[in-house]
Design a protein around this ligand. Structure first.
Ligand code: FAD
Length: 680
C-alpha cells in the first residue's frame, strides 16, 4: 500500500459505496470538522468552559452542512430515508476525527430527540422533529436545540438508574380536560444545556394519581423556572456545552413521552423511563464508540509525519540519509507501536460501523415484529417474551442446519426469527462497541500520544492528540460507564440465541481461515472456542467455598468475560471488512489499482489484531479457570482440557509477528501529504 487509505477504500470496507446520500453527508461533515471545528480548537476555544459565539457558530455550521438534518425524515426536512444509525455514526466519525466535543455537541441534540423518536407519540415526534430541523430556504426561524436530562446530583441517578429524584405531580385536573403536571427536576452534567430550548427529562411520580416513572418534555417558555445552570468545569470536550440545570415547571400531561392512559383515576404513562432509556441508549451508544475509533485512525498521519521529520534540520544531517528521511521510523519499536494503534483503530471502527449497520437492519424488522405480534393480540410484557421464545428456538434450529437446507431457508425468511437473531447480536455488540472502543481505545490513544514525545502533550501537537486522549475518557463514561456495559453483557452474552450465533460466527471464521489464511481468522477460531468453553465451565463450577463462579454479583468473573468477548467481536468485524475489500475492491475503478498491496496491508493489520485478541482471551480465561481453583481432582481434569485449548490458541499465533513486521515496513514507506489538512 503506497498511500493512506482513501475514501473509496473506506466506502467499501464500511459498506456505503452504493449510498450516495451517506457519501455526501461524510463530505459535508468533514468540511465542518476540518474547517470550523479545527479553527475553533486551534484558536483555543477549548480553554474556556463558557458557551461562546464561536462554539455557537459551530452548531450553526452543523445546521448549514446538513448534519442536524441527517437525523430527520425527508418530510421533516431531512434527506436520508429509512434507518439512520450508519448515517449518524459516519457523521460522528468525521467530527471526532478533529474534535470529539464537536461530535458530542451534534449527537446530544439527537439524544434529546431520541426518547420522542423511539417511544413518543406520532404527534410528539412530528412536532419536535419539525421544530428541531434547520430552517428551509425562505423560512425565518431558528431550529430548536434539545438536551437529554437523566443524570441528577449525587446521590441520585447516573445512567444506572433506580433512585430517581426528579418528580412529577398533578396540579390541576378539571373534569374531561387534560391534566396539568408540576415537574421538579435537577440535572447534573447535561450536554447542550447552555442553549437548550427544550429537554426530555426522566422523572418519577410524587402523586398517587400518577403511576411509576416516565420521561417528560419541558420547554424553555413553560410556566415556572427553566434554569440552564452554570457550566461544568470539564477537563474534556470543551466544544460541547455541559451544565447542571434546575427545572420547576408546569406542563400539560400531553408532554409525557409516548402518552398515557387513565385507569381508575390514575395516569398510567405508556412507557416507563427505564424502558425509554433502554431503547435510546441501545442505538446512541454506537456512535460514541465510533468517536474513539475515529480518533485512533486520525492519529496515524500526524505520528508518521512527526516520526519521519524528527531529526531534520540537525547539523550534518543531509537529505537522502536514512536518519533524515525516516527519522524515528528507523527504529522497530516506534513502527510496531504505531501498527498496534492502527490495528486497534481499524478493529474499533469495523466493530462500530458493523453494529450501526446491524441497527439499520434491525429497525424495520423490529417494527414488523411489533405489527405481527399485535395482530396476534400480543403487546409487550410476558406474552411477548413467550411468543419470541418460540422464535428463539427456531433461530437456534436454523443455525444448526446446512446452508442449502429447505427448512433453514424457510426459517430464515421468518421475520420473527430474523428479529430474535438481530436483537440478540445487537444486545451484545452495542455494549461491546461502547466498552471496548472507548475503554481500550482510550488506552491506545495514550500510546499514540506517547509516540509524539513531549509534543504529544502540548496544545501545538498536530492532530490535537493530547486532547483526543483525554476526551476518550468521557466517551468511556457518559451514556453509561464501563461497568454499565459490562453488566449488560453479563446477561446478554449468555442468551441461548446469542451463544448459538457465536458458535455460527466461530464456524464462519473457521471457513475464512481455510480460504484466507492471512487475515487472522486462524487465531480467532481457537480463541472463540476457548471463550465459549470457559463460559460453560464458569457457569457450571463453584469456588472452593461452594459459591457459583458465573453470577451477576461476581463481577470479577462476569466482567472479565465481557472484556474478553469484546476483543473477539472487534477482531471478527475487522476481518470481515478486509474480506469485503478483497471481494469488492477489484471491481472498483479507484480502488482496483494496487488492490493487492492494500488488501495485504489490511490483512496484516487484522492478523496483528487477531493475535492480540487471542492473547488477551487466553490470559483472561486462564486467570479465571485457574485463579478460582484450589487444585482439587475434578478441577484438574477440566484444567487439562482448558490447557489443550489454550495451547491451540498459542500455536495459532504462528506468523503474527511476521505480519507485524510486514505492516511496519509498509508504514515506514507509506506516502503522506506534505501537511495535515486541518490547522494545528
Ligand atoms: C461531560 C459530561 C456530559 C454528560 N452529558 C449527559 C447528558 O447529556 N445527559 C445525562 O443525563 N447525563 C450526562 N452525563 C452524565 C453521565 O452519563 C454520567 O456521568 C455517567 O453515566 C456516569 O455516572 P456517574 O457519574 O454517576 O458515575 P458512577 O455511577 O458514580 O460511576 C463511578 C464508577 O463506579 C463504577 N460503577 C457504577 N456502578 C457500578 C456497578 N453497578 N458495578 C460496578 N461498578 C460500578 C463506574 O463504572 C465508574 O467507574 C454527562 C457526564 C459528563 C461528564
Amino acid at each position: 500500500m503506497l498511500t493512506l487509505p482513501n475514501d473509496a477504500v473506506r466506502q467499501i470496507q464500511w459498506r456505503f459505496a452504493d449510498r450516495f446520500d451517506l457519501q455526501m453527508l461524510v463530505q459535508s461533515a468533514r468540511g465542518v470538522a476540518r474547517g470550523t471545528v479545527a479553527r475553533l480548537v486551534a484558536a483555543g476555544e477549548r480553554n474556556t468552559h463558557e458557551w461562546t459565539p464561536g462554539k455557537n457558530g459551530m452548531m450553526e455550521a452543523f445546521d448549514s452542512a446538513g448534519i442536524t438534518a441527517a437525523y430527520m425524515e425527508p418530510e421533516e426536512g431531512g434527506f436520508i430515508a429509512g434507518p439512520k444509525n450508519l448515517a449518524l455514526a459516519l457523521a460522528a466519525f468525521e467530527l471526532a476525527w478533529v474534535d470529539s466535543g464537536a461530535a458530542t455537541a451534534s449527537l446530544a441534540g439527537f439524544l434529546a430527540l431520541s426518547p420522542i423518536h423511539e417511544r413518543g407519540t406520532e404527534e410528539q415526534a412530528k412536532h419536535y422533529n419539525r421544530l428541531s430541523a434547520p430552517a428551509q430556504p425562505g423560512e425565518d426561524r431558528k431550529p430548536w436545540r434539545g438536551a437529554f436530562v437523566l443524570t441528577e446530583p449525587i446521590p441520585y441517578v447516573g445512567v444506572d438508574t433506580n433512585m430517581l429524584n426528579g418528580k412529577v405531580r398533578i396540579t390541576e385536573w378539571k373534569d374531561g380536560q387534560e391534566p396539568w403536571l408540576q415537574v421538579e427536576k435537577r440535572g447534573r452534567f447535561i450536554t447542550n444545556i447552555a442553549f437548550a430550548n427544550f429537554v426530555t427529562a426522566a422523572v418519577a411520580s410524587d402523586d398517587p394519581r400518577i403511576k411509576g416513572t416516565c420521561f417528560v418534555i419541558l420547554e424553555e417558555t413553560d410556566e415556572g423556572t427553566f434554569d440552564h445552570g452554570s457550566p461544568t468545569k470539564k477537563l474534556v470536550q470543551q466544544l460541547s456545552s455541559t451544565g447542571d440545570p434546575i427545572f420547576s415547571l408546569k406542563v400539560p400531561a400531553s408532554r409525557i413521552v409516548g402518552g398515557y392512559t387513565v385507569k381508575d383515576g390514575v395516569i398510567v404513562p405508556n412507557h416507563s423511563h427505564t424502558e425509554i432509556i433502554e431503547s435510546v441508549f441501545r442505538r446512541t451508544r454506537v456512535p460514541v464508540g465510533i468517536m474513539t475509533a475515529s480518533k485512533l485512525l486520525s492519529s496515524i498521519e500526524p505520528v508518521i509525519r512527526y516520526q519521519r521529520s524528527r531529526f531534520r534540520g540537525a547539523e550534518n544531517l543531509t537529505p537522502g540519509s536514512a536518519r533524515y528521511e525516516q527519522g524515528i521510523q528507523q527504529r522497530e519499536d516506534a513502527l510496531h507501536r504505531l501498527v498496534d494503534v492502527w490495528a486497534t483503530g481499524e478493529a474499533a471502527t469495523a466493530l462500530g460501523f458493523a453494529t450501526a449497520r446491524l441497527f439499520d437492519e434491525l429497525d424495520p424488522i423490529e417494527k414488523q415484529k411489533i405489527a405481527i405480534l399485535s395482530e396476534r393480540g400480543v403487546q409487550g410484557g410476558r406474552a411477548e417474551l413467550k411468543a419470541l421464545r418460540e422464535s428463539g428456538q427456531q433461530a437456534i434450529e436454523m443455525l444448526s442446519l446446512e446452508a442449502n437446507d429447505q427448512r433453514r431457508k424457510e426459517l430464515a425468511a421468518d421475520p420473527l426469527v430474523q428479529f430474535v437473531l438481530l436483537d440478540a447480536a445487537a444486545n451484545v455488540l452495542c455494549p461491546a462497541t461502547k466498552l471496548w472502543n472507548t475503554g481500550h481505545g482510550a488506552n491506545m490513544l495514550r500510546e499514540a500520544v506517547s509516540l509524539m514525545g513531549g509534543y504529544g502533550i502540548t496544545e501545538d501537537c498536530p492532530g490535537f492528540l493530547g486532547g483526543k486522549w483525554m476526551d476518550a475518557q468521557l466517551e468511556a463514561t457518559y451514556e453509561g460507564p464501563e461497568a454499565v456495559q459490562r453488566r449488560q453483557m453479563t446477561i446478554t452474552m449468555t442468551s441461548e440465541v446469542f451463544l448459538a450465533e457465536f458458535q455460527a460466527w466461530t464456524n464462519e471464521m473457521r471457513r475464512i481461515a481455510e480460504e484466507h489464511p492471512g487475515v487472522g481468522a486462524g487465531a480467532l477460531v481457537p480463541a472463540m472456542q476457548l471463550w465459549q468453553w470457559t463460559l460453560n465451565y464458569l457457569q457450571n463450577t463453584t469456588d472452593p467455598d461452594g459459591r457459583k463462579l458465573y453470577h451477576g454479583q461476581r463481577q470479577g468473573v462476569t466482567f472479565a468475560m465481557a472484556d474478553a468477548i469484546s476483543w473477539l467481536v472487534a477482531a471478527r468485524a475487522q476481518i470481515l471488512d478486509v474480506l469485503e475489500l478483497e471481494a469488492r475492491g477489484p471491481e472498483d475503478p479507484v480502488v482496483s489499482e494496487g488492490i493487492e498491496g492494500t488488501v495485504q496491508f489490511f490483512s496484516d493489520l487484522s492478523q496483528v489484531q487477531a493475535a492480540a485478541a487471542a492473547g488477551e482471551v487466553s490470559r483472561i480465561t486462564g486467570e479465571l479457570v485457574f485463579g478460582y481453583s484450589a487444585g482439587d481432582e475434578d478441577a484438574s481434569a477440566a484444567s487439562n482440557e482448558f490447557l489443550g485449548l489454550q495451547n491451540k490458541v498459542t500455536e495459532s499465533l504462528r506468523g503474527s509477528r511476521l505480519a507485524k513486521d510486514r505492516a511496519a515496513s509498509t508504514v515506514a514507506k507509506i506516502m503522506i501529504p506534505e501537511a495535515l489538512d486541518y490547522p494545528a
